[in-house]
Design a binder for this molecule. Structure first.
Ligand code: ZN
Length: 137
């Protein structure tokens, strides 16, 4: 069995931002040489997500609006905000998820027709990373 590990680094311009990473993940699959296997992609930070959905800007705005309603930014409104102000980011991350696992078939990500992989940042403007772990034959 082959095993391959890679980190993707981000430093988003915005505090809240989604980044399309399907191509980066596919690149890692090629580098791994794995033709049949599994690919795990996870955020390594507790205020960021990795998720799969449509690559459509209206939907992304809907997610941001919805998350802001669920867990609005509020410097003084969270018990967690003692010395930091990212209580909302921890909650947003939990809703959008930590990781995705995608099948690898014939050397490619076996995604559905409208599935795309995104990094979701909720406390950005600093260096953060995503782990890609690939196993298979
Ligand atoms: Zn925090």
């Amino acid at each position: 069995m082959k095993s391959y590990r890679k980190e993707l680094w981000f430093n988003t311009k915005e505090r809240y931002q989604f980044v399309h990473i399907s191509r980066d993940v596919q690149e890692a699959v090629q580098e791994s040489g794995v033709k049949e296997g599994l690919c795990l992609v996870n955020a390594m930070h507790i205020t960021a997500s990795v998720f799969i959905n449509d690559n459509e800007s209206g939907l992304h705005q809907d997610y941001m609006d919805w998350l802001e309603k669920l867990a609005p930014y509020d410097r003084n409104g969270y018990n967690h905000n003692v010395g930091e102000d990212n209580g909302d980011a921890h909650l947003k991350r939990q809703v959008m998820g930590r990781e995705v696992v995608v099948a690898i078939s014939e050397g490619a990500l076996d995604l559905g027709p409208w599935e795309a992989i995104f990094y979701g940042e909720f406390d950005g403007r600093r260096r953060k990373r995503v782990l890609i772990k690939i196993i298979g034959e």
